[in-house]
Design a binder for this molecule. Structure first.
Ligand SMILES: Nc1ncnc2c1ncn2[C@@H]1O[C@H](COP(=O)(O)OP(=O)(O)OP(=O)(O)O)[C@@H](O)[C@H]1O
Length: 212
Protein backbone atom coordinates (compact mmCIF):
# COMPACT_ATOMS: atom_id res chain seq x y z
CA UNK A 1 0.00 0.00 0.00
CA UNK A 2 1.20 3.50 -0.76
CA UNK A 3 0.27 5.35 2.41
CA UNK A 4 2.81 6.76 4.82
CA UNK A 5 3.58 4.16 7.51
CA UNK A 6 4.33 6.89 10.09
CA UNK A 7 1.70 7.13 12.85
CA UNK A 8 -1.12 9.24 11.47
CA UNK A 9 -3.50 10.11 14.30
CA UNK A 10 -2.06 10.81 17.73
CA UNK A 11 -4.91 11.95 19.97
CA UNK A 12 -4.94 12.16 23.75
CA UNK A 13 -7.55 14.64 24.95
CA UNK A 14 -10.39 15.24 27.35
CA UNK A 15 -13.47 16.53 25.55
CA UNK A 16 -16.46 18.30 27.10
CA UNK A 17 -19.97 18.12 25.67
CA UNK A 18 -22.73 19.62 27.78
CA UNK A 19 -22.17 18.40 31.33
CA UNK A 20 -20.12 15.35 30.34
CA UNK A 21 -16.42 14.83 29.86
CA UNK A 22 -14.92 12.21 27.54
CA UNK A 23 -11.31 11.08 27.69
CA UNK A 24 -10.21 9.97 24.20
CA UNK A 25 -6.95 8.27 23.23
CA UNK A 26 -6.19 7.23 19.68
CA UNK A 27 -2.84 6.09 18.33
CA UNK A 28 -3.45 5.16 14.73
CA UNK A 29 -0.98 3.58 12.36
CA UNK A 30 -0.83 4.66 8.74
CA UNK A 31 -3.86 4.34 6.50
CA UNK A 32 -7.32 3.96 7.95
CA UNK A 33 -7.99 4.25 11.68
CA UNK A 34 -11.48 3.26 12.83
CA UNK A 35 -12.94 4.68 16.01
CA UNK A 36 -15.66 2.34 17.24
CA UNK A 37 -17.99 2.40 20.21
CA UNK A 38 -21.58 2.70 21.34
CA UNK A 39 -23.77 5.68 20.63
CA UNK A 40 -23.17 8.84 22.59
CA UNK A 41 -19.61 8.04 23.70
CA UNK A 42 -17.96 10.97 21.94
CA UNK A 43 -16.99 9.63 18.51
CA UNK A 44 -18.39 12.56 16.54
CA UNK A 45 -17.02 14.93 19.17
CA UNK A 46 -13.56 13.43 18.56
CA UNK A 47 -13.79 14.12 14.83
CA UNK A 48 -14.96 17.67 15.62
CA UNK A 49 -11.95 18.15 17.89
CA UNK A 50 -9.52 16.94 15.20
CA UNK A 51 -11.14 19.26 12.64
CA UNK A 52 -10.84 22.21 15.02
CA UNK A 53 -14.58 22.61 15.59
CA UNK A 54 -14.51 21.60 19.28
CA UNK A 55 -11.74 22.71 21.64
CA UNK A 56 -10.61 19.98 24.07
CA UNK A 57 -10.32 20.73 27.77
CA UNK A 58 -6.79 19.35 27.79
CA UNK A 59 -4.34 17.16 25.91
CA UNK A 60 -2.95 17.09 22.39
CA UNK A 61 -3.86 16.18 18.81
CA UNK A 62 -1.31 15.54 16.07
CA UNK A 63 -1.84 14.18 12.57
CA UNK A 64 1.06 12.88 10.52
CA UNK A 65 3.49 14.47 12.95
CA UNK A 66 1.92 17.95 12.72
CA UNK A 67 0.62 19.23 16.04
CA UNK A 68 -2.89 20.66 15.60
CA UNK A 69 -3.68 21.18 19.27
CA UNK A 70 -1.61 21.11 22.43
CA UNK A 71 -3.13 22.66 25.50
CA UNK A 72 0.12 22.67 27.46
CA UNK A 73 2.01 24.45 24.66
CA UNK A 74 -0.82 26.83 23.78
CA UNK A 75 -1.17 25.44 20.22
CA UNK A 76 -4.65 25.48 18.65
CA UNK A 77 -4.58 25.73 14.86
CA UNK A 78 -7.73 27.18 13.27
CA UNK A 79 -9.74 24.75 11.10
CA UNK A 80 -8.47 26.17 7.80
CA UNK A 81 -4.86 25.52 8.77
CA UNK A 82 -5.66 21.96 9.84
CA UNK A 83 -7.02 21.16 6.37
CA UNK A 84 -9.33 18.31 7.39
CA UNK A 85 -11.52 16.77 4.71
CA UNK A 86 -14.61 16.17 6.85
CA UNK A 87 -17.42 13.94 5.56
CA UNK A 88 -20.23 14.59 8.02
CA UNK A 89 -22.68 11.88 9.04
CA UNK A 90 -25.55 13.94 7.59
CA UNK A 91 -23.37 14.91 4.59
CA UNK A 92 -24.37 18.62 4.74
CA UNK A 93 -24.47 19.22 1.01
CA UNK A 94 -25.62 22.73 0.12
CA UNK A 95 -29.19 22.28 -1.19
CA UNK A 96 -29.18 25.44 -3.31
CA UNK A 97 -25.96 24.56 -5.15
CA UNK A 98 -25.45 22.12 -8.02
CA UNK A 99 -23.34 19.03 -7.46
CA UNK A 100 -20.47 20.73 -9.32
CA UNK A 101 -20.65 23.81 -7.09
CA UNK A 102 -20.89 21.62 -3.99
CA UNK A 103 -17.75 19.81 -5.15
CA UNK A 104 -15.91 23.06 -5.83
CA UNK A 105 -16.90 24.74 -2.58
CA UNK A 106 -13.82 23.68 -0.61
CA UNK A 107 -11.59 23.83 -3.68
CA UNK A 108 -12.37 27.52 -4.15
CA UNK A 109 -11.48 28.25 -0.52
CA UNK A 110 -8.34 26.12 -0.45
CA UNK A 111 -4.93 27.71 -0.72
CA UNK A 112 -3.72 27.36 -4.34
CA UNK A 113 -0.92 24.99 -3.35
CA UNK A 114 -3.47 22.64 -1.77
CA UNK A 115 -5.55 22.41 -4.96
CA UNK A 116 -3.87 19.18 -5.92
CA UNK A 117 -6.91 17.54 -7.54
CA UNK A 118 -9.19 18.70 -10.34
CA UNK A 119 -12.98 18.47 -10.49
CA UNK A 120 -12.93 16.14 -13.51
CA UNK A 121 -10.42 13.84 -11.86
CA UNK A 122 -12.44 13.49 -8.65
CA UNK A 123 -15.78 13.20 -10.49
CA UNK A 124 -14.33 10.41 -12.61
CA UNK A 125 -12.80 8.62 -9.64
CA UNK A 126 -16.10 8.68 -7.73
CA UNK A 127 -18.26 7.98 -10.80
CA UNK A 128 -20.33 11.13 -10.30
CA UNK A 129 -19.53 12.97 -13.55
CA UNK A 130 -23.10 12.50 -14.91
CA UNK A 131 -24.50 14.19 -11.78
CA UNK A 132 -22.64 17.51 -11.93
CA UNK A 133 -25.61 19.66 -13.02
CA UNK A 134 -28.05 18.12 -10.53
CA UNK A 135 -29.15 19.49 -7.15
CA UNK A 136 -28.57 17.41 -3.99
CA UNK A 137 -32.27 16.68 -3.39
CA UNK A 138 -32.39 14.70 -6.66
CA UNK A 139 -29.59 12.32 -5.61
CA UNK A 140 -29.84 8.88 -4.06
CA UNK A 141 -28.25 8.37 -0.66
CA UNK A 142 -25.22 6.67 -2.17
CA UNK A 143 -24.78 9.35 -4.82
CA UNK A 144 -25.04 12.12 -2.23
CA UNK A 145 -22.46 10.36 -0.13
CA UNK A 146 -20.00 10.15 -3.03
CA UNK A 147 -20.53 13.87 -3.67
CA UNK A 148 -19.78 14.63 -0.01
CA UNK A 149 -16.61 12.53 -0.24
CA UNK A 150 -15.68 14.35 -3.46
CA UNK A 151 -16.17 17.74 -1.83
CA UNK A 152 -13.84 16.69 0.99
CA UNK A 153 -11.18 15.42 -1.44
CA UNK A 154 -11.31 18.60 -3.52
CA UNK A 155 -10.72 20.82 -0.50
CA UNK A 156 -7.06 19.73 -0.58
CA UNK A 157 -7.14 17.87 2.73
CA UNK A 158 -4.12 16.64 4.66
CA UNK A 159 -6.33 13.89 6.10
CA UNK A 160 -9.95 12.67 5.98
CA UNK A 161 -12.51 12.45 8.78
CA UNK A 162 -15.54 10.27 8.00
CA UNK A 163 -18.48 10.02 10.39
CA UNK A 164 -20.39 6.73 10.10
CA UNK A 165 -19.84 6.43 6.34
CA UNK A 166 -21.42 2.97 6.18
CA UNK A 167 -24.34 3.17 8.57
CA UNK A 168 -27.08 4.55 6.35
CA UNK A 169 -26.36 2.19 3.45
CA UNK A 170 -27.83 -1.15 2.45
CA UNK A 171 -25.37 -4.09 2.40
CA UNK A 172 -24.62 -3.89 -1.34
CA UNK A 173 -23.85 -0.18 -1.22
CA UNK A 174 -21.82 -0.73 1.93
CA UNK A 175 -19.48 -3.03 0.04
CA UNK A 176 -19.06 -0.36 -2.62
CA UNK A 177 -18.23 2.33 -0.08
CA UNK A 178 -15.76 0.05 1.73
CA UNK A 179 -13.98 -0.51 -1.58
CA UNK A 180 -14.11 3.23 -2.32
CA UNK A 181 -12.58 4.27 1.00
CA UNK A 182 -9.79 1.72 0.54
CA UNK A 183 -9.17 3.10 -2.98
CA UNK A 184 -9.02 6.66 -1.60
CA UNK A 185 -6.44 5.60 0.97
CA UNK A 186 -4.30 3.97 -1.67
CA UNK A 187 -4.75 6.51 -4.49
CA UNK A 188 -4.35 9.69 -2.46
CA UNK A 189 -2.18 8.48 0.44
CA UNK A 190 -4.42 10.28 2.92
CA UNK A 191 -4.69 9.20 6.54
CA UNK A 192 -8.36 8.46 7.31
CA UNK A 193 -10.07 8.54 10.70
CA UNK A 194 -13.51 7.03 10.45
CA UNK A 195 -16.19 6.49 13.02
CA UNK A 196 -18.48 3.50 13.30
CA UNK A 197 -20.67 2.08 16.00
CA UNK A 198 -20.23 -1.44 14.61
CA UNK A 199 -16.84 -3.04 14.84
CA UNK A 200 -17.56 -5.78 12.29
CA UNK A 201 -18.45 -3.11 9.75
CA UNK A 202 -14.94 -1.72 9.70
CA UNK A 203 -12.81 -4.71 10.69
CA UNK A 204 -11.97 -5.56 7.06
CA UNK A 205 -11.38 -1.96 6.07
CA UNK A 206 -9.35 -0.42 8.87
CA UNK A 207 -5.62 -0.72 9.42
CA UNK A 208 -6.19 0.03 13.12
CA UNK A 209 -9.37 -0.22 15.20
CA UNK A 210 -9.61 1.86 18.37
CA UNK A 211 -12.41 1.49 20.92
CA UNK A 212 -13.94 4.47 22.62
N1 LIG B 1 -23.50 20.50 21.22
C1 LIG B 1 -23.73 19.66 22.23
N2 LIG B 1 -24.14 20.10 23.44
C2 LIG B 1 -24.35 19.26 24.46
N3 LIG B 1 -24.18 17.94 24.38
C3 LIG B 1 -23.78 17.45 23.21
C4 LIG B 1 -23.54 18.26 22.07
N4 LIG B 1 -23.14 17.47 21.06
C5 LIG B 1 -23.14 16.22 21.54
N5 LIG B 1 -23.52 16.19 22.82
C6 LIG B 1 -23.62 15.01 23.68
O1 LIG B 1 -22.31 14.53 23.86
C7 LIG B 1 -22.28 13.10 23.82
C8 LIG B 1 -21.33 12.62 22.75
O2 LIG B 1 -21.87 12.93 21.49
P1 LIG B 1 -21.17 12.42 20.15
O3 LIG B 1 -22.04 12.87 19.01
O4 LIG B 1 -19.74 12.82 20.14
O5 LIG B 1 -21.24 10.83 20.35
P2 LIG B 1 -21.10 9.65 19.30
O6 LIG B 1 -20.25 8.61 19.98
O7 LIG B 1 -20.62 10.17 18.00
O8 LIG B 1 -22.60 9.16 19.18
P3 LIG B 1 -23.42 8.52 17.93
O9 LIG B 1 -22.79 7.20 17.64
O10 LIG B 1 -24.81 8.42 18.48
O11 LIG B 1 -23.30 9.51 16.80
C9 LIG B 1 -23.72 12.67 23.64
O12 LIG B 1 -24.23 12.32 24.91
C10 LIG B 1 -24.42 13.89 23.06
O13 LIG B 1 -25.76 13.92 23.45
Amino acid sequence: MSFDPAPSFDIDVVLARGQREFPVRVAGGGGITALVGPSGQGKTSTLDAVAGLLRPLSGHIAVGGTVLFDAARGIDLPPERRAAGYVFQDLRLFPHLSVADNLLFGWRQAAPERRTLALDEVAGFLDIAPLLARRPHTLSGGEAQRVAIGRALLSGPRFLLMDEPLTALDPARREGVIALIARIRDAFALPVLLVSHQQDEVARLADAVVGI
